[in-house]
Design a protein around this ligand. Structure first.
Ligand code: PLP
Length: 372
């Protein structure tokens, strides 16, 4: 058999729910020659990643590093390390990722107590408060930026309620981290995970996580072994942050390079400036879409700047429009999931994809396709 053709995908503008566009400096970093994963120079690079992640999460947590797999593995790392068979976990569900959390809890042999809100709306603190009267969960899990609906979830009040009930707060920040403020220590978040391919604008492949002192205590007091060998933090921690770095698995060196460079870009821009940019480009897109007669799914005060959930007008074939955007304009946007399949577009303005040019290009393309 002869070799297949060279890899040569068309350059696209990534404006869906992730991955987002990646800066050329990050791609270049990935082509940096490999060194060993226990090479002292690589360990210095890992230390740099951990330090920058602490600044991004705004935390002092020692146990802050990147799991060697995508955001879903970060989610699983949090649940498998904190839950033991027979535990209870309260999970807030207002979209796809809350449901995925419930599945994780069940696979740990723990009992799920669900708090549901309609998709497109926030979880109200009063709902959590009421649910906590009927259970004693080890943790309360909630999504900060629900990518399936475009909702930004306020966390502070729920954090207070959770701690009063003696539970840990576990938060999904896969889509929010790097695009809007995430204050792990100020908001009392005990456990948090994220991903690299959304507002951090690196390729998919790593999942930044952070565990606070209360969470570490719970892990240290486990009676049973973590059921996942690969994600067992009692071992992974020694590789990332132990006094003597011990082999656990071979870190994906090139992805660590990518994350290192992406984090450098974030701090060169500055967090406040970056959040401001995400907001400004969201507003530009919103104004343009509203001028064309489109409506957003989410109430203005809870809209995500990096993920715009827009209702598809009656009579428009949403999949056909997305296909035209891709084929004629090289723009990728996302469709709706679950109940919103066929009814929603999800337009991502994440990281390097959050620019005025991206917004204007998409608005121009939609005008052409829809003749508005
Ligand atoms: C994308 C996403 C995930 C899953 O991350 P993967 O990298 O696709 O595994 C989890 N939670 C939220 C909110 C997401 O947007």
């Amino acid at each position: 058999m002869s070799a297949k053709g060279e890899l040569n995908p068309t350059a696209r503008f990534l404006m869906g729910p992730g991955p987002s566009d990646v800066h050329p400096r990050v791609l270049k970093a990935m082509a940096t020659p490999l060194i060993g994963h226990l090479d002292p120079q690589f360990i210095t690079i890992m230390d740099g990643v951990m330090e920058m992640l602490r600044q991004l999460f705004r935390t002092q947590n020692d146990v802050t590093f990147a799991v060697s797999a995508t955001g879903s593995a970060g989610m699983e790392t949090c649940f498998v390390n904190l839950l033991e068979p027979g535990d209870e976990a309260l999970v807030c569900v207002n979209g796809v990722f809350g449901n995925r959390m419930c599945d994780n809890v069940e696979r740990c042999g723990a009992k799920v107590v669900r708090v549901d809100a309609p998709w497109g709306q926030i979880i109200e603190p009063a709902q959590v408060k009421q649910a906590l009267q009927g259970c004693i969960p080890r943790l309360v899990a909630i999504v900060h930026a629900e990518t399936s609906t475009g909702v930004l979830q306020p966390l502070e009040e729920i954090s207070e309620i959770t701690h009063k009930a003696g539970a840990l707060l576990l938060v999904d920040t896969v889509t929010s981290l790097g695009g809007t403020d995430v204050r792990v220590d100020d908001w009392g978040i005990d456990v948090v995970y994220s991903g690299t391919q959304k507002c951090i604008s690196a390729p998919p492949g790593l999942s930044p996580v952070s565990f606070g002192p209360r969470a570490v205590e719970v892990m240290d007091q486990r009676k049973t072994k973590v059921q996942s060998w690969y994600l067992d933090l009692s071992m992974v921690r020694k590789y990332w942050a132990g006094a003597k770095r011990a082999y656990h698995h071979t870190a994906p060196i090139s992805m660590v390079y990518a994350l290192y460079e992406a984090l450098r870009l974030i701090f060169e821009e500055g967090l406040e400036a970056r959040f401001e940019r995400h907001l400004r480009n969201h507003e530009l897109l919103r104004d343009g879409l509203e001028e064309m007669g489109f409506e957003f799914l989410v109430a203005p005060e809870y809209r995500l700047p990096m993920l715009n959930a827009v209702k598809v007008p009656a009579g428009v074939d949403e999949a056909a429009v997305r296909r035209q955007l891709l084929d004629q304009f090289n723009i990728e946007i996302g469709g709706g999931l679950g109940d919103f399949a066929g009814k929603l577009w999800r337009i991502g303005l994440m990281g390097c994809s959050s620019t005025q040019n991206h917004v204007n290009m998409l608005l121009g393309a939609l005008r052409r396709i829809l003749k508005r």
